[in-house]
Structures are given as C-alpha cells and as structure tokens.
Design a protein around this ligand. Structure first.
Ligand code: AMP
Length: 546
C-alpha cells in the first residue's frame, strides 16, 4: 500500500518561490564585479530569475539543454541558476581557473548552448570561442554602461537581455529526478568528467546541509559563501541559504584577506564557508593588523584538509566555531561534517581540537565504509586506513555520457579515491588521496597528517608532502615548505618540532624550502606537479641505503 500524501516534486525553483514568499525582504548583498556593493532581496531575485527563464525560453533553450556559467558569486549569477533550472535546463558551472584547453574541452563535452560570463572572462572566451561551436550566445553579466567591446558571438549585456521580457512566466514542472546542474571534476589525471546533479539531490542535500550539526542556518543568520558557485556545486549554498531564509552575502571576485574581512564585519556575517587557503589569507590579514571578528560564529572549512592549527586559531583567538567538512564534486558535495558528539568530554579542549581536525561524521542521506584492497570492510577503530566508499541521495551513479564506465560497486557504493580511517564514533579522517599516500616498507604514511603537523610550526606558511623513491623502503616522505614572510626556518628546526608528535618512521627524510607550491583550480596542492618537479630528487637516506 502506498502512502496517501501528495506528490510534491522537489524542484530547485521551488526554493526561490519559498524564499520570495516567506523571506522576500531578506537581503542578497554582492561586492559587484564593477566595484560597488549591490543590494537586492529574494523577492527581486525571483522576479529577475523568471525573466531569465522567459528569455532563455525565447532563445530556444529547452528542457535538458546545458547553459554554462563562468562567473564569480554575484546576485546575477544566482538569478541565472534559478532561471536556468526553472525551465528544466541545466546550469553548468565552469571553473575559470582551469587551463583554457580544459575549459574548451568541458564546454564542448557538455555541448553548452549559451554562456553567462563576467566581464573579467571576456578576453579568455574571445580566444576560445572559435573552438566552441555549440555556444550560440554569450550573455555578459553586466549592464550597458559596463559592457566591454567584444567580438564574442551574439554578445549582449545581461541587463539589456533580460529587459526584453517581463516576469510573467510560469516555471516548468517536471519529475524531481530531472537533471538540474552540472560540474566537471577537476581532472588532475585524464579528462575532467561531468557530474550531473538532479533537482531532487540538490533539494535533499540543501535540507541536510541546514541541519544544526552541518551549516546550522536559520532565518537569523547571514551567510557568506566565499567558496565559488563553480567549486563543487558551490556547496549548495545558493539553495540552502534561500531555503532557510537567511541573508546572503556574495563576495564577487575579491577573495583576499582584507576584502573578505571587510565584508564579514561590514555585513555582520554569522556563517561563512571556503577552502583552507582562503582562511589562511584571512587569518594572516587579521594577525598582521590586529583585528577581531565581532559577528562571525561559524566557519565551514572543506575542500582540503583543515590543519588543526587553523581550527585552534579560529576557536581560541577569534571565538569562531569551525565545522570541518569533507566532500567532493561527485556528492553535491558534502559527505561528512565534524560536530562534537556527546560521547566526548567537551571540557577536554585539546582532545576536542584533535577531533575537529577530523572530517567528521556522515550526515543522514550519506552511507560510508572503508575497505581494503580486496574490498573487505575495515573496522571503525580510527586506526585502519582504507579506501573510502560512499552511497546516498546525493552521490553520483554515473558520469555524463557514461565517461569512466560503471562507477559503482555491486552494492551501489562509489569509490571516492580517498583513503581514510573512521573512529568508533563514526568520525572520518581523510589520510590521503589513494594516489598520494606514501607507501613505505609495505605500510602507509599519510601525507595530509604530515602537512597538517608541519603547518603548525610558527615559521611555516604552507607545507606539502610527497613520496620519493627509496631503494630500501620503496618510498619515503619529502617535506616541501614555504616559510612565512621574513622567516628562514632550518630543516632541523622543523623536524625537531615534528619529532615526538608522530611515529618515528613517519618522519620526513628531508625538508626542502620553496617559494611556491602549485595548486589545482580548486585550491588543492597539485601533487602530480610536485612529484614531477622532484622526480630526480635524491633523499639523503637513499644515498646512505645504497
Ligand atoms: P573536489 O571534487 O574538487 O571538491 O575534490 C574532492 C576531493 O577533495 C576529495 O575527494 C578529497 O580528496 C579532497 N577533500 C575535500 N575535502 C577535504 C577535507 N576536508 N580534507 C581532506 N581532503 C578533502
């Protein structure tokens, strides 16, 4: 027997309808690409999103068509998402930090029909447009006064384009499993692959994200997603914020410490989210200028491992709670968030910080397990490392156009490519990407653990660890360090600091100092490039062993 409740499809444009009805006056504030702070609200965002939908419809964009966005977080970008999804088309966010070849590969692979882009990306797309035959029109996210001269095909200023229609338009209605958004994996090995989110997965993920142990958002909050919409579905904040009815602050293209600080304080932000690199810049800015935070209560950190030292600084020096999260493009993207369960002694501050440095527990809607190379489930003892596999309402079951073939195991689990431990309280700790883990004498060493420890040294700005070939141990860790400005730490100082805090055999065999560490387009350390850079490096211990 089926339940006798209504069939109310979980559609993303239903979120902006709700926000406009219940929270219509709530502000959406942007540091515009043109410069000034721009203010609007959910009611007007919806009205303009309806115009986007109507104008796209007139353009001939249909259900299932892909529409690209190459843009920073702004109110116009937000409107395009709802306009696109409102006719059943698919927003396809493109990360502008990708190599131009990757951008043209994914725009062609997705067969994007139209592109919305910021003025800043016009020169880039002018160079690429001849390679992109499917894009029929470029809509520049600006007004006539700021419209650049451009050779882009059928280019038009967004404000002029939507002014051609009114907002008298009805959203399309369709099955909640309809495709809604698309984001390509960063593709550090091989071509990027397209992940296709459904309306249902976005809505359920956003509801999950609002829970107190996750984003913890209410109508009282002001959230600033510093994480760009183009990074892993923008962590769904474009949906979860209007769903909760909280104020939304969009930082545009200025993501440096000073600009972020100015918005955090000036707009009385209570919750914010981004990758650790952003917070490193903010903390440096606040430390150098002796600044405090007066309204921020919670910061969500994910995308790469958040060092314990960063969590400690936010919590002890600034009174801000850190929620350390793990996720990936293939998951909408949240897979776990660290919240302190009552099983721990809340008064044991140091222990709590150790736990917060883990990526936390899977929220409802995510199932996870760790397995060995024979696919046997490993115990949750916080010690055994295994390949992390996940399953849930917001986990990919295939890539766009079937790239990569079958991606689920026979039990429906997706192999994340991460290696992790899970402790008896269900807290996950990512120890590495499976291809980055250092295999020394048949045992595994976590490069992430070593990096996190090294950045705790007061003279270290950033650290990366890679495995270097070793005649006796197969691989041994090399620590690569960028010192803090004006500091020149020695190898001995750093190794001395790490000594005693990790197992002896995990100690890096050498330390090298550099001025730059390469990063991927989403701010992760680019280990492939580092391995290439140090492929001829000989460890002092390797010489001794020969
Ligand atoms: P992306 O799809 O670009 O967001 O990358 C996803 C990958 O980033 C994951 O598979 C992890 O390897 C890594 N990652 C994300 N969040 C974390 C975290 N909190 N700690 C460690 N690694 C992370």
């Amino acid at each position: 027997m089926l339940g006798l409740m209504q069939d109310w499809p979980l559609l993303c444009h239903g979120i902006i309808d709700h926000a406009a009805i219940q929270h219509g006056n709530r502000e959406v504030v942007t540091r515009s690409i043109e410069g000034p702070i721009h203010r609007t609200n959910y009611r007007d965002v919806r009205i303009r999103a309806l115009k986007v939908a109507k104008r796209l419809d007139r353009e001939g964009v249909k259900l299932g068509d892909r529409v690209a966005t190459l843009a920073w977080n702004t109110w116009r970008h937000l409107e395009t998402w709802y306009g696109i999804t409102g006719i059943g088309a698919i927003y396809h966010t493109i990360n502008p930090r990708l190599f131009p070849e990757q951008i043209s590969y994914i725009a062609n692979h997705a067969e994007d029909r139209l592109m919305f882009l910021d003025t800043t990306f016009v020169p880039l797309m002018e160079k690429l447009q001849d390679r992109l035959p499917t894009i029929q029109r470029y809509v520049i996210l600006t007004d006539a006064a700021h419209m650049p001269q451009t050779t882009l095909r059928n280019a038009v200023a967004y404000e002029d384009w939507i002014a051609e229609v009114d907002s008298d338009f009805a959203w399309a209605s369709f099955d909640e499993n309809t495709a809604c958004g698309m984001c390509y994996t960063s593709g550090t090995t091989g071509n990027p692959k397209g992940v296709v989110y459904s309306h249902r997965s976005n809505v359920l993920h956003s509801m999950m994200a609002l829970m107190p142990d996750a984003f913890d958002l209410s109508v009282q909050d002001t959230i600033m997603p510093v994480v760009p919409f183009f990074h892993a579905n923008g962590w769904t904040i474009a949906f979860s914020a209007p769903m909760a009815g909280c104020r939304l602050i969009l930082p545009g293209m200025k993501l440096d410490g000073a600009s972020i600080y100015e918005l955090l304080e000036g707009e009385r932000v209570t919750m914010t989210a981004a990758v650790p690199t952003i917070w490193l810049m903010l903390l440096n800015h606040m430390e150098t200028n002796n600044l405090k935070l007066s309204t921020l209560r919670r910061v969500l950190i994910g995308g790469s491992a958040c060092p314990r030292a960063m969590i400690e600084k936010f919590e002890k020096n600034y009174g801000v709670t850190v929620a350390h999260a793990w996720g990936m493009t293939e998951m909408n993207p949240i897979g776990s968030i660290c919240a302190i369960k009552p099983d721990y002694d809340a008064k044991d501050v140091e222990k709590i910080l150790d736990v917060k440095a883990k990526q936390g527990a899977a929220p409802f809607t995510v199932e996870m397990k760790i397995v060995d190379d024979a696919d046997k489930a490993l115990p949750w003892d916080g010690k055994k490392f295994g390949r992390l596999k996940v399953k849930g309402v917001a986990v990919a079951k295939a890539y766009f156009k079937g790239e990569g073939g079958e991606i689920l195991d026979e039990n429906g689990f997706f192999d994340t490519g991460d290696v992790a431990t899970i402790d008896p309280f269900g807290n996950l700790q990512i120890t590495d990407r499976s291809k980055d883990v250092i295999k020394s004498g048949g045992e595994w060493i976590s490069s992430i653990d070593l990096e996190n420890l090294a950045v705790g040294h007061p003279k270290v700005m950033e650290a990366a660890v890679i495995g270097i070939r070793h005649p006796k141990w197969d691989e041994r860790p090399l620590l690569i360090v960028i010192p803090k400005k004006g500091e020149s730490p020695t190898r001995e100082e750093i190794l001395g600091y790490m000594d005693g805090k990790i197992a002896k055999w995990w100690m890096p065999d050498d330390v090298v100092f550099v001025t730059e560490i390469p990063h991927t387009a989403t701010g992760k350390i680019l280990k492939t490039a580092l391995r290439d850079q140090f492929k001829d490096y000989t460890l002092p211990t390797a010489v001794a062993a020969e």
